[in-house]
Structures are given as C-alpha cells and as structure tokens.
Ligand binder design. Sequence first.
Ligand code: FPP
Length: 242
Amino acid sequence: MNSYDINLEKVPTHIAIIMDGNGRWAKSRFLPRTAGHKAGVEAIREVIKESQRLGVKHLTLYAFSTENWKRSIAEVSGIFKLLVTYVNSELKELVENNVKVTVLGDYRQIPSDAEKSLEKTLEATKNNTGLRFNIALNYGGRHEIVHAVQQAVSLARQGTLTPEAVDEALVDSLMYTAGQPPVDLIIRPSGEQRISNFLLWQGAYAEFVFMDVLWPDFTPGDLDRAIAEFQRRSRRFGGISS
Ligand code: FPP
C-alpha cells in the first residue's frame, strides 16, 4: 500500500486516458492552445513513469481523434509537431525502459514527418516486453469498427471467413488493439463526462473515473487517485457480487 492506498497486486492491467483540458489550461493563462498541448506532453512523461512504477501493463492515451481534424490548421500541425519532438527526444528512453509503442488508428493519413518518426519508434520498440504504450492517433472507435468490418468482408470474399466463424474473439483480433486485453479503467480529466468515440469495443466493461483537473496539471498522484477509486469499485461484468 502507498499514500493513496493502492493495492499493488490489483493495479488495472489496461488504463486508458482521454487527455482533455489542454485548450482550457492555455486559455486561462492567455496562451495559444498549442502551449496547452505542449504542457500536456510533460504530463504524459510523468504518467508513463508512474505507470511503470506501479506495474501497469497497457497504457492507452488519446492523442488525436478522427474528429480533431476539424480544428484549425495551426493547432493540428502544432499537435503533430509536438508528437514528432516527443517521439524523437524520448525514443532512447523508451527503448531503455523496455516500453513497446503501438499506434491505434489510421496513422498513414498523418503528416509524413510524424508518420516517419512513429514508424521508427514502432520498429525500435517492437521487441520490448515492458509497458505497452498505445498512442491513439487519428483514432475513432466507430472508424475502428468500420475498419474491422471491412477486413472481415474482405476475408469472406477470399473464402477464408464464414459467418459462423465470426465471434467476439474474431472481432477482437481485427481491432487495432489485437492481442491486448480489454480496458479496465478509463480516466477523463477536465470535468467532462463522455466517451468521445474512444475504445468503444475495448471499453465495454471499463470503469470510468472523471476528474476535475485539466490534463496539463495531471500528476502521478492523480493517476494514483484514479487507481485507488477503481479499486473501490465492485466489477460485476453483468453478473452479481460473490
Ligand atoms: C484535448 O484537449 C487534447 C488533444 C486533442 C491533444 C492531445 C495531444 C497531446 C498532448 C500532444 C501529442 C501527444 C503525444 C502522445 C506526444 P483539448 O484541446 O480538447 O482541450 P479543451 O477541451 O480544454 O479545449
């Protein structure tokens, strides 16, 4: 047990975070929105360290949704620039810390320098066995399901998939998270309380923890608080408590 009464034996296997509130953080300081995203990257560094310390196995961060293209060109290009700076500066440490990076989403549609930096990162970390760090990028839960159905139809057309062979395991294997466990805990800071098209399949039985802190102010202690709250919940998966 530590100061937040976390039981280290019952830390959620898969934590996902909707990093919200960067814009409001910047606005309250009379700064451009990109400054909020920059401060948000600092919070990411700390949360990764804390996840490793606690033994979290899978961490998924919502970095850019399929809907975020509606933002100004300046903001969108600012986010991708930050992503490039982050992966380039962090690559050595990610490799040394045995972190395996995965992208959830159609990242081939993002600016080419970001795509290249990410591919380098995926390649350099692919054999790592520690924390699985999923970056949800150009990600949308509905888009992911459409993509999975397209793959299934294509397999059926080739004659390698019959309707009877379609079950939950098959659908799961067609998701961007193939081979990874479902999400146990979804954390949304910034006071908003909605799912925003995030991990619709994987989060079917996730516990939600909503917090008032804005993402750039999110600390390792906030992660601990969310986990402590998760551990107080009774997860029944549609059944009844034993
Ligand atoms: C949501 O806050 C945040 C985003 C849409 C972008 C998050 C991206 C980063 C922190 C940088 C890149 C990521 C990585 C993995 C290095 P908001 O802008 O919607 O905030 P608001 O609701 O206050 O306007």
